[in-house]
Write a protein of this length. Structure first.
Length: 171
């Protein structure tokens, strides 16, 4: 996998950052139903109310953009239509997202989608977090296991809880 090869050639970031110390957070997820969309919007607003800048990008695994997204436009999305045959996003939103320097990049996807692996793997962040996947060990700095029965909202809650527990002090 290209992402794994690229990650092995990068030098590890010696710095960690906690959720509370993060000022700029990137969120990525699969937009495949309206409830997930609303859950991520709630998380975005919650983080922004804590004084954090939040940028969200979603992958739509179909060729069409859902109607409920069109009503609000509070995040960038790319669909299957904007992905090349290697699974690499080709639109400007995804390229800009990858170039951003985040304190924390959180992959909220519970299902497997190569375009999101690309965004997570090449995204610029001090700390990258996501669901535990053995093939993503070289990409994520922090992972949590999620059972198949875990809901999207429960995964978000668990991720935020564990990221809040990270301690970056040098005591």
């Amino acid at each position: 996998m290209r992402i794994g090869r690229e990650q092995r050639s990068r030098k590890p970031t010696p710095k960690n950052i906690s959720l509370s110390a993060s000022k700029f957070i990137g969120l990525i997820f699969v937009l495949d139903d309206e409830e997930k969309y609303r859950s991520v919007l709630r998380l975005k607003k919650q983080l922004e109310s804590q004084g954090k800048r939040v940028k969200v990008i979603a992958y739509v695994p179909t060729r069409e953009v859902p109607d409920y997204y069109m009503a609000q436009l509070q995040m960038d999305i790319f669909s299957k239509k904007a992905v090349n045959f290697l699974g690499i996003p080709t639109n400007e939103f995804a390229r800009d997202f990858v170039k951003q320097q985040f304190d924390l990049l959180i992959d909220l996807s519970l299902s497997e989608h190569l375009p999101l692996y690309y965004v997570a793997g090449f995204g610029n962040a001090i700390l990258r977090a996501g669901k535990y996947r053995p093939h993503m060990l070289s990409v994520y700095d922090f992972m949590i296991k999620a059972s198949d029965q875990m809901s999207f909202d429960d995964f978000i809650a668990a991720m935020m809880e564990y990221l809040a527990l990270l301690n970056t002090s040098k005591t």
